[in-house]
Design a protein around this ligand. Sequence first.
Ligand SMILES: Nc1nc2c(ncn2[C@@H]2O[C@H](COP(=O)(O)OP(=O)(O)OP(=O)(O)O)[C@@H](O)[C@H]2O)c(=O)[nH]1
Length: 249
Amino acid sequence: MKNSTQKGLGDPGINQTFRAAYTQKQTGKSNNRKNQTKQEKLARRGGGRGAHVRRPLTILVGDSGVGKTSLLVQFDQGKFIPGSFSATVGIGFTNKVVPVDNVKVKLQIWDTAGQERFRSVTHAYYRDAHALLLLYDITSKSSFDNIRAWLTEIHEYAQSDVVIMLLGNKADMNSDRTIRREEGERLAREYSVPFMETSAKTGVNVELAFTAVAKELKSRAIQHPSEPKFKIHEYIEAQKEKSSCCGFF
Ligand SMILES: Nc1nc2c(ncn2[C@@H]2O[C@H](COP(=O)(O)OP(=O)(O)OP(=O)(O)O)[C@@H](O)[C@H]2O)c(=O)[nH]1
């Protein structure tokens, strides 16, 4: 269900850091010169001192209403804004520094519109993505059924080595659940992608999802021969066990 207001394209009501990235990329111009300058500076400088991994791109994808914006807002600002749902227009983005060991991984995270009419726009960005977080809503069978189609599109448009993670969001809504956790796990196994259930509302596993991506991207960018290779599946499984042991679900 949607109301008439829409978020994205610089709407400050959702997240002050979201910008009109879509317009910028399409026209080559920003509708916010100050922001563009800052982005360019950040890109040039790499954003600060010390060891860092340069702004790899993570894109949130999935059907409209599964909670992509909410997940990003929870990760970025640690809050959940309940109430009316307003669909994203185009693409919004935020930048977030994730400390991994002694390295700052500066993720650029793009929140795409799940609505079908924006699909051709979001396809154009897949090839630039280093990681894709693919969400469904555990209370929505259609959003889960559409995951196969999303994965087909991802395999068609994204780089073959893109990090893909499947997230079953709205895990706090257990009483309305239509997709069992095992179904998510089975689908993820079939496609060999890591999986976890998240809640943008309570924050469960939200940080873990992004941290796992940051760790994987860091390990790919900075190879220390002496360090054991980071294994994202194992990391997530170990961390998930920790959270489920403590009664989050
Ligand atoms: N209970 C609960 N509600 C959620 C959660 N995540 C999102 N919602 C609600 O679900 C609705 C849709 O969330 P959005 O974050 O706007 O969904 P979206 O995937 O960004 O939608 P599009 O912008 O159309 O692609 C909103 O009313 C949110 O408050 C969650 O983890 N738990």
